[in-house]
Each structure stands twice: as C-alpha cells, then as structure tokens.
Design a protein around this ligand. Structure first.
Ligand SMILES: Cc1ncc(COP(=O)(O)O)c(C=O)c1O
Length: 395
C-alpha cells in the first residue's frame, strides 16, 4: 500500500461529479467525527447557514437548508415525497435525463403530473407552459432542471419562475450541477425548492445533498409525507431538535464539505467560481474545435458546466478506445447520455484550472494521432482566444 496516498496525483476527473477535489478537501476526511458530538453539530449548523448565505438567503427571512444523506437524486425525490400535498399535481419540464428522472419519481410516488418534453438541444417551450398552467388549475408545482447535465444546456429558470408565480404554483429547481457556480437569484427566479449536492460546484465529495426552501413551505405537508428516510420535514425537525441528522450522517463527507466551503469562500464565492469555470469551458471549446470536434449545443444555450461533443464520424474513432487511452494519460472524461446523437462529454467543474484543460487538450491531440482519426470540423476554425495561442497545446 502507498504510505503517502496524497502525494501521488490522481487522474483528473473531467466529469460532473464526483469530481476532482483539492488535496486539502481530501485531507479533511482523515479524521473521525462523532455524529452526536457538539463539535460535529456545530459544523453541520455552520454548513447549513453558509449554504443559505451563498444563496443570499437567511433563516431570519424564513429560509432553511436541509442536508440529507445520499446522492442528489435523494434530494429531488425527497422534495416530491414530502412537499407535494395529496391533491397536488406537478408539471415537469424535461429536455434530458435528469428531467426524465423526475418523471420516473413522480410515477413511482403516484403523484399526478404532466410532462412538457423538449428536445435535448432545445429550451423548454414557455408558451406551452403558459397554456398548460392556464388550462389546468390542478397544477400546484412546476419542476425543472437548471443545468441539464445530460448536455450542459442551461434552462431559463427566471422565466419559468415568473410563470409559476403568475399561476400560483410552487417552483422546484434541480440545481444539482449549477448551484455555487451559476448565479441564481431566488427572489427574481421565484424558486421555492432548490436541490443540489456536495460533490458538484462546491467541490466536495459525494455523501449528501441539500434542499433550500422556506421553513413554512417545507413543513406545509408534513402530515402527508410519502417516505420515512426522504422526509425533509422530519429531517428539518431533527436539526431543530438537537442539531443532528436523524440517522447516521456522512461524517467524513461533511468534514470535506466544510473545507470545500472554506476554499469556495476564499476563492471569492459564486462570482469567482463562475469565472473559473467559464475560463475552463472557453479553453476547452476553443481547443476541441481546433482539433475538429463539434459541440452538440449552440453556444447561446450552453452552460460552462459540462460540454457534449459529437463523436467524430471517422470510422477509426471508437469511444471506448479513446476513453481508455485518455485514462492511461491521466484524464477521465464522460460518456454521452443522449438519445438522439452519439456524443461524449467533458466537464469543466471541480478543482480544475485552465492549465488542466490545456493538458487534457494536449492528451486528446496525442490520442487522435495514436488512433489516426480526424475530427469533423475541417478546416478547424481558428477560434482559439489570443491568450491560448502561445500555449503549445498539441504534440
Ligand atoms: C442535474 C442533475 N440532477 C440530478 C442528478 C443526480 O444526482 P446524483 O447522481 O448525485 O443522484 C445529477 C447528477 O449528475 C444532475 O446533474
């Protein structure tokens, strides 16, 4: 066994979570924490408070953060299981796998719902949403994904939220892969429930998710909760009662998250993280285009979180081999998840910087040479921003 595990460099994860974390975040987990102990409870309290402050919200204004064990999916399902009343009905906007996952949850929870489906490369049709909400007064909630990580498309939550308000519907936002990096104005977007997780833009490790919502809204349907472990109202009551998680907390993930939050704040919060991810994304897209790869989405609806690229049409390209060769060089990318196109994805989030993106591009160029395939864009456009042009990207 390696006696100095933190001295070796892990492969870089260009994935949307779990993602590459700093050495100090990993280091923070090398401690044991008693889940009932007051020191740990204080860390939980601080974490809940900080997440609200980052969203420009506060307990004084009636808002709460509920931390919940498990992955992000648990958080989304917990909102539906706890906060939709028995007579409720949810309108789900989908343009990718995570919107579809919400639909599946509602089916299993037997909650009435309607689905407004858009193509994976298109924004939701807001006039259709308006018509649907006008025609169906039974709809109590609208649910949407902010950054649909299937493609990286950024959905217009402020516009959707405005329609929710006009029709007195509560707005559920899955901001799993955007919260912490893409600014979200709760007030103007009319967000009632926001769900995110530890291992995305805050650059923590997997183990828990969290929901930001008004206390009153969280508790409104407490008597009708459809789940024990996913009961957000009960989870909130637990924190209020004794500062603790109701059931065994992910102690090490929380220690890591506390460190990740300190690093997030030291970096300059949402503004700085957004800037870094935008720079990562710009370097990635410019370099990939130079190598002949075509992004799946047009730039105006593409977020800086993750980018889907078309697999090259060249018969000599095989994703499995491409992936394997990049992995051997220390770079982990992500397969595609689209129903209508062959793609692969590259994330720009995590403890990654422009230099890491340039190193990945260099590895992609090398693999392309090894596999003897060409990209689709010929001639490759010279869209490389001036400041990257002097960097010797390609082998
Ligand atoms: C937008 C979005 N929603 C939900 C999820 C599900 O999160 P998890 O895999 O942590 O359950 C993800 C995961 O990447 C996501 O990106």
């Amino acid at each position: 066994m390696n006696p100095h595990p933190l001295k070796t460099r892990d492969k870089l994860l260009f994935t949307p979570g779990p993602l590459t974390t700093s050495a100090s975040v990993k280091q923070a987990m090398l401690h044991d924490a008693g889940s009932w102990h007051f020191e740990f409870n204080e860390r939980v309290r601080w974490t809940r408070e900080q997440l609200l402050a980052i969203a420009d919200l506060s307990q004084a204004d009636g808002w709460e953060t509920v931390l919940l064990q498990g992955s992000g999916t648990n958080g989304v399902e917990a909102v539906f299981a706890t906060c939709v009343p028995p007579h409720g009905k949810v309108c789900v906007l989908t343009n990718g796998a995570y919107g579809q996952r919400m639909v599946r949850m509602l089916q299993l929870l037997k909650i009435p719902h309607v689905v407004l489906n858009a193509k994976e490369n298109e924004l939701p049709d807001l006039s259709k949403l308006e018509q649907t909400l006008s025609a169906d007064p039974d709809i109590t909630h609208v649910a949407a994904v902010h950054c649909e990580t299937t493609t990286g498309i950024l959905n217009p939550i402020a516009e959707i939220g405005r329609l929710c308000r006009q029709h007195a519907c509560l707005f559920v936002v899955d901001a799993m892969s955007s919260f912490g990096a893409i600014p979200i104005d709760f007030e103007s977007a009319g967000v009632d429930f926001l769900i995110s997780s530890a291992n995305k833009c805050f650059e923590g490790v997997p183990g828990f998710c969290f929901v930001l919502a008004r206390r009153e809204t969280l508790l409104a349907n407490e008597a009708h909760a459809r789940s024990l472990s996913l009961n957000l109202a009960d989870q909130l009551r637990g924190f209020e009662r004794n500062g603790q998680f109701r059931f065994t907390p992910p102690t090490h993930a929380l220690l890591a998250f506390e460190q990740a939050l300190k690093e997030f704040l030291a970096e300059g919060g949402v503004t700085a993280r957004y800037r870094r991810y935008q720079a990562n994304h710009a370097a990635l897209v410019a370099g990939m285009k130079q190598l002949g790869y075509k992004p799946y989405l047009p730039p105006e609806i593409q977020s800086c979180i993750i980018t889907a690229f078309h697999c090259p049409a060249d018969q000599r390209f095989h994703f499995a081999e491409f992936y394997q060769r990049l992995s051997q060089k220390g770079f982990i990318i992500y397969p595609g998840k689209l129903t209508d196109a062959e793609t692969f994805r590259v994330g720009s989030i995590g403890h990654l910087f422009e230099a890491d993106m340039l190193a990945l591009l260099k590895a992609v160029a090398a693999v392309q040479t090894e596999m003897h395939f060409d990209g689709d864009l010929h001639p490759a456009p010279n869209e490389m921003p001036a400041r990257f042009q002097t960097v010797p990207l390609f082998l």
